[in-house]
Design a protein around this ligand. Sequence first.
Ligand SMILES: [Zn+2]
Ligand SMILES: [Zn+2]
Length: 442
Amino acid sequence: MTGARAADPALCPKCSSPVADDPRFTSWCPACEWNLDPTPAPAPAGSARERRRAEHRDRKEAAARRTVRARVERVYTATAAGRSAVRDPAWLGAAVLAGAVHLTTLALAAGALVLLIAAPTWPLRVLGLFAALLVCALRPRLGRLPRDSALLRRGDAPALFALTDRVVQALGGRPVDTVLVTREFNARFGRIGLRRRRVLWLGLPLWAVLTPGERLAMLGHETGHQVNADSRRGLWLRSALAALDEWEELTRPALYRPSFGTFVELAAAALLQLLMRPFNLAARALLDLLDRLTLRSGQAAEYRADRLAADLAGREAAIGLLHTLMLRQTVTTSLQRMRADHARRPAGRTGAPAPTAGPWQELAARTAAVPPLERERLLRLSAREFGTVDSSHPPTHLRLAMLGSRPPTPARLRPAAAEWAAIDAELAPAARRIAADLELGG
Ligand SMILES: [Zn+2]
Ligand SMILES: [Zn+2]
């Protein structure tokens, strides 16, 4: 099926319609969706028993996907109809559950303290030490700013901060304290440290390929997370999720499966695995429950952030941003090709003084040249894969549909070309460093 070719490579082997046949991109059929996803299906397992197991697993996964899909579609319908309560009862349930997780950690901490200080025997004190280590792993993390040079404060990038100030002012949020320029194809907003500083992570590969309007929409969506009432981003829920993740990892039976040992050791390990299993199952069930309870309010909050972006930068720019976000794999491939080209160029030497923003302009040009049919393929793939995309955001095709269903809005902010140029100049040192790190030359 995949890889199969008709006698005429320009025609679909399934329905004989013309296919998208650009040698740089996946060849696929827009009429019957032949080869929409070119990743080969996994090879069937060896023995009949393994095959049955694989089939059983596939069926279970497909059923789970259908359930997620139905839930995600319900949230979409409710939000589109204007019925997306900021605080629904499910959210309250999640907050209570998170409280129970925190209480458990607290109780463990108290127990550890009592055992360490007042236990009459050594074994009990050792138990106290174990409990203390466990609490250490479960404690809420506030996050820390990396000691990285790509960290920009107000004084380092006055034009960028002036723009983010205007954005958060327009949205009714608080100013960003720090911008972290990263090498990822994404952007996000969060609060870290004891002082809960507001940090904007700005992925340069994404920033480089966005148009000015899309950049504005991106700033609007990310800083909009301050005011879109996304409960999942609060410390209360996030730290409970992190603690449950830790529980799940520490109680995985596979952790206690030695490959060799004496009979007594193996028997002890088997007993330990048996003891851990209920804890592991409970942690997984709780994680799943929290995910279900927060899915509605979390995804509704994402739609709200998209709407804020559209109000700020105009609907078309917000739609353009989502289309570009779907090009993650394309951009990754472009970066790999550019790295290979650079390695082949004899004069190219990493760390050499670089002309301004050369590789990033090349990346932008390559991305702008992605043909409409390839963009269409990615959009249809997003619709087909649905629940398998990361669960923090609704599937992109639904976000696009939501924006498309709203009347067109003009941009509320229109930064002048000189402002964008000033921001580019401020980002240039970080851009050069990241280009060198990615071995793109400069
Ligand atoms: Zn076809
Ligand atoms: Zn978001």
